[in-house]
Design a protein around this ligand. Structure first.
Ligand code: GLC
Length: 735
């Protein structure tokens, strides 16, 4: 048989018609294409597609014309091109990107339309950079304010995170780029992230920690999921039988590929049998991270091939893995119908600015010091290192090489022009500029003054200003908002509390802007008239902050997590079950996370989940239900009237919480089950509608391993935060 007969049918049965073989023919169903490709692949080719060939890519099947897969971080923008084998950047000059706001900011918009805009924009940038898998979004629940990566996630509430992750995933994937929802699951801290072994009860697992992942898979249709570094019940997340096989692929019917976190694969047999499909970043045989030619030593590489050849393991697991990787490939790299994407477009910058503006949260505004009217002031003192510090750089794998980043100071100066004298003082030293990820931060933060001299200079500037804007908070250095380390306390670092107190002494017109992805303590809160949660806002940070501070935009953000007064007011810390070290990590607070804990214990927060003020005022009235009995197959229609009772248009988020008055198992006082963001002009009113079904009443019974709804009395709470309820209605559920 001549050599030419070995050519795959890709050459067609005859020169004339050049029929495409099924696996290349997009008019053929995806599953048929996969089966056809499988038949043509050798054992070695099947193994080759299951693991990395470089730091961020995995092999295709060159002989069959199946392309390789390229992954990229991260959730907030497309990471600069990396070297083939190393974490360092490749030094390209065409890979700077739009830095979108951190996902805590996106979630703080409480607006799924912003999530869709975000997903579409970042998906276009990934597509233009020719990436097949976007390593994001992250939806690990905010269990402790110390977690270094909370800024990359969607807050403390499973319902809010579920509603906000779905549009992001859907819109990314419309670009022919796979979302890779991470880190599945229970990666709720960075300390000892490779060795902490989470022990959590099934009620908390199913009611709190899994819902956002489930929504991303079942509603968002996520094409890939990233396993987590931590262990759960003794098995690492990247090859955890219960999480990956029983729940993700079994109960949820996930048809995509499970991708390991980089270096998250530790055991060949478990990697084969427990649901891992695509292995990245493994540090094999003690080779240094990123060592060349380590790829053949990956668990799913030669070790796997050897077990197969010796008949120690069957090909059934292998074929399932290959099918999933091919399905991922055919949806992305092999997809010839995908758009071309775009990079650093005006539309993306506009999207970044709009999301940032909508996510900024006005926490306090005593005496309506905000918004500042530029024609009403002559001198503004801008104090604080975070007014100039580049925040798109650092923080770990989400670090970006942004095309540009407008700092808060720049945004303020550009907003007021020469109408107002703006003076800047650093105030404190927060660690030198990060040179993280190969990007040299665009400023020189070297400093010759002592901390006391910095303080004195800041107070001198503040004393003579009409208004003082302090930009502080955290940053992307380790033990701040940063991967691979947690914070060491709830307090602001670098002695900022003292500086803020002294600024408040010399000038009452003080606004504190907290730039962070986490809650911080505010012992000076009574002395400061205005506080804004500023988040990490990306390329357009300065423009968005000045839009809000000067009133061009009316803030409408709402907190996606609780600000406790003290760290021990938080469930994980009150139960002394935040374990920064390696070993078993029992989540003793169970499902009482965030506001659920505060309300169970009756501990008032500093700022509540769902809290956020506006430059106008709103009233909620006439909360009512069409009837007071809900049956198994029925639904209730709850309405509430929202009125803008202030002087300017603005948006409010009407929130629906439901409480089960009596249940066989302990339940939170109430839980978020609906929300709607409404924009109204002054005097305008709108009826907001919620449909309540038995699904909204269920809880997970870990004895029955099932969701249950018990008959009895429930209360619907309608408000503008978990702690600011404006109306309630009782109703009954009859099974
Ligand atoms: C990191 C992170 C993960 C990231 C991956 C690739 O360690 O945990 O979120 O996508 O490695 O950089």
């Amino acid at each position: 048989m001549g050599i030419w007969s070995l050519l795959p049918i890709a050459c067609g049965t005859s020169a004339g018609d050049r029929q495409l073989p099924p696996y290349l023919d997009e008019s053929v169903s995806l599953e048929e294409r996969i089966e056809d490709a499988m038949k043509r692949m050798t054992l070695e080719e099947k193994i080759a597609v299951l693991h990395a060939q470089s730091k961020f890519s995995s092999r295709g099947v060159p002989r069959l014309g199946i392309p390789e897969l390229w992954c990229t971080d991260g959730p907030h923008g497309i990471r600069a091109e990396g070297a083939w084998d190393e974490w360092r950047q490749a030094g390209w000059t065409n890979d700077s990107c739009t830095a979108f706001p951190a996902l805590t900011c996106l979630t703080a918009t409480w607006n799924p339309a912003m999530s869709a805009l975000y997903g579409r924009s970042i998906g276009e940038e990934a597509r233009y950079r020719d990436k097949d898998v976007l390593l994001g979004p992250g939806v690990n629940i905010y269990r402790t304010p110390l977690n270094g990566r909370n800024f990359e996630y969607m807050g403390e509430d499973p319902y809010l995170a579920s509603r906000m992750v779905v549009p992001y995933v859907q819109e990314v994937q419309k670009n022919g780029v796979a979302a890779c929802v991470k880190h599945f699951a229970l990666n709720n801290q960075e300390s000892s992230r490779h060795t902490t072994d989470v022990d959590v009860d099934d009620r908390a697992l199913y009611e709190i920690y899994l819902p956002a992942f489930r929504a991303a898979v079942q509603e968002g249709g996520a094409w890939s999921v990233m396993g987590s570094y931590n262990l759960y019940r003794g098995e690492h997340g990247c090859h955890n039988r219960r999480l990956l096989c029983d729940i993700l692929k079994g109960e949820w019917g996930f048809d995509g590929a499970v991708i390991s976190d980089w270096g998250g694969t530790h055991n060949t047999e478990q990697a084969i049998a427990n649901g891992l499909d695509l292995e990245f970043g493994t540090w094999t045989n003690g080779l240094s991270s990123g060592a060349k030619n380590a790829y053949d030593s990956y668990h799913l590489a030669f070790p796997y091939l050897d077990l197969l050849r010796r008949g120690v393991v069957s090909e059934s697991d292998l074929d399932d893995k290959v099918r999933r990787v091919l399905r991922l490939n055919f949806r992305t790299a092999m997809n010839t119908r995908k758009p071309f994407g775009s990079l650093n477009s005006p539309e993306h910058l506009m999207a970044a600015r709009q999301i940032a503006c909508e996510g900024i949260v006005l926490l306090k505004n005593e005496g309506e010091i905000l918004p500042i009217n530029p024609s009403g002031v002559k001198k503004i003192a801008v104090i604080g290192e975070n007014a100039v510090k580049m925040m798109t750089v650092g923080g770990g794998s989400s670090s970006l090489k942004a095309r540009y980043e407008c700092s808060p100071l720049e945004g303020i100066v550009k907003a007021v022009g020469d109408r107002v004298d703006v003076i800047y003082e650093r105030g404190y030293i927060g660690g030198l500029s990060p040179m993280s990820d190969g990007v040299v931060a665009g400023y020189d933060l070297s400093e010759s003054r002592t901390a006391d001299e910095l303080l004195v200079d800041a107070l001198t500037a503040a004393r003579t200003a009409d208004v003082v804007l302090f930009f502080g908070g955290l940053n992307k250095n380790s033990h701040q908002d940063c991967e691979d380390s947690d914070r060491l306390s709830l307090s602001l670092p670098y002695d900022q509390d003292r500086l803020i107190r002294e600024l408040a002494q010399v000038n009452r017109n003080l606004v504190v802007v907290n730039i962070s992805g986490n809650a911080v303590s505010m012992p000076w809160i009574a002395e400061v008239p205005a506080v804004v949660q500023g988040w990490y806002l990306g390329s357009e940070a300065g423009y968005a902050l000045s839009d809000v501070l000067f009133g061009k935009v009316n803030p409408s953000g709402k907190l996606p997590f609780t600000f406790p007064v003290h760290l021990e007011d938080n469930g994980a810390h009150a139960t002394n079950s935040y374990m920064p070290g390696p070993g078993v990590n029992r989540y003793a607070e169970g499902l009482f996370v965030g506001y659920r804990w505060h309300e169970k214990q009756g501990v008032a927060p500093l700022f509540a989940f769902g809290h956020g003020l506006s430059y106008t005022t709103f009233e909620i009235s006439d909360v009512r239900m069409d009837r007071d009995r809900l049956t198994k197959s029925g639904s209730l229609h709850l309405t509430a009237r929202l009125t803008n009772t202030g002087e300017r248009s603005g948006s409010e988020v009407v929130q629906l919480y439901i409480g089960d008055e009596k249940s066989s198992l302990p339940r939170p006082v109430k839980e978020l089950k609906g929300f709607e963001k409404v924009t109204l002009n002054p005097g305008e009113e709108r009826t907001v509608n919620f449909i309540i079904t038995p699904d909204d009443l269920k809880y997970y019974d870990d004895e029955k391993h099932a969701w249950v709804v018990e008959p009895g009395r429930f209360t619907a709470h309608v408000g503008v935060s978990s702690a600011d309820i404006r109306g309630t209605v009782a109703f009954y559920y009859d099974a």
